[in-house]
Design a protein. Sequence first.
Length: 370
Amino acid sequence: MENMKIDYLPLKRITAMHGVEISEAVQQVVDSGWYLQGKAVQGFESEYARYIGSCHCVSCGNGLDALSLIFRSYIELGRLNEGDEVIVPANTYIASILSITENRLTPVLVEPDMNTLQIDDRLIEAAITPRTRAILVVHLYGQCAYTDYMGELCRKYGLLLVEDNAQAHGCRFGNHRTGSLGNAAAHSFYPGKNLGALGDAGAVTTDDELLAQTVRTIANYGSSRKYVFPYRGRNSRMDEIQAAVLSVKLKYLDADNNRRRKIAGAYREKIAQPLVCLPRFNGNDNVYHIFPILAERRDELQAALREDGVQTIIHYPIPPHRQEAYREWNGRSLPLTEQIHRQELSLPCHQAMTEEEISYVAEAVNRVVL
């Protein structure tokens, strides 16, 4: 096979798949003269709530804000207090941790299951203390991380269950979608997500009407009605153009996710490389926002693939507890998390990939000799 150049995530190609509809939707917003808090946002919120299976969807500026607004709202409503503990996977993206510490809550880091790379639910109960008030379950890489046992623990100990659904739009657990499994869920529509905007955008979904109202109020400067401010709020709003784009792309999300599943299946069938480990999965649904492999000589593997024209990404090179931002945690030992961050490499996996590109990536991985 001739040498090819495979970009990890060619957003221009992905956007072009529905380019005409997206351009028309954007033009309609431009022509309307209404760019914030209008019909496009209202329409997307209704569509996305219906899609997720939640009673309420509150749009906001980005995924981190969505998470932070959930915790802040629970504090304002008296469900959480500063210093309360929130259990969270140790190998998550730092945004999950930031949302907790921003609200002066205490993250309790729990190691992952190396078979799934998701939080190990067998370790959760031992991490629960009298100060534990919530679990933040993160559907990393696009796989559903929720388990029935996790739900039982929340009921047993009276814990809130918050979902970080930034990487798992459209994923399912049985007959329900992620984003509707807990008390509230945060969603990111960063351009590289399975459901991505053309800029930053996010949302909160929940069945709790009072929580939804509080999130919406805090995100709008803390204003419940014009010039009335019950909370010290912030400005975190999705604009009309992003909402219009997301409404177009939402129509194709399930088909796009199915394409990602087929690509992942092809990788599993075609990749036969003793240098890499393909994580096993727990039977839960997976929309493959990321297709991760593990390799002890990860950096050398990445360099070899780059030479072959295949762009890869590391998710993520430094775990949260080793970041300078959390220097007080730098001495902690979380060996499984550290192994993942030392070995993880993400292969291209997106709905615009051709069969030729999929085969080329798999063959490039198989060709590597270190």
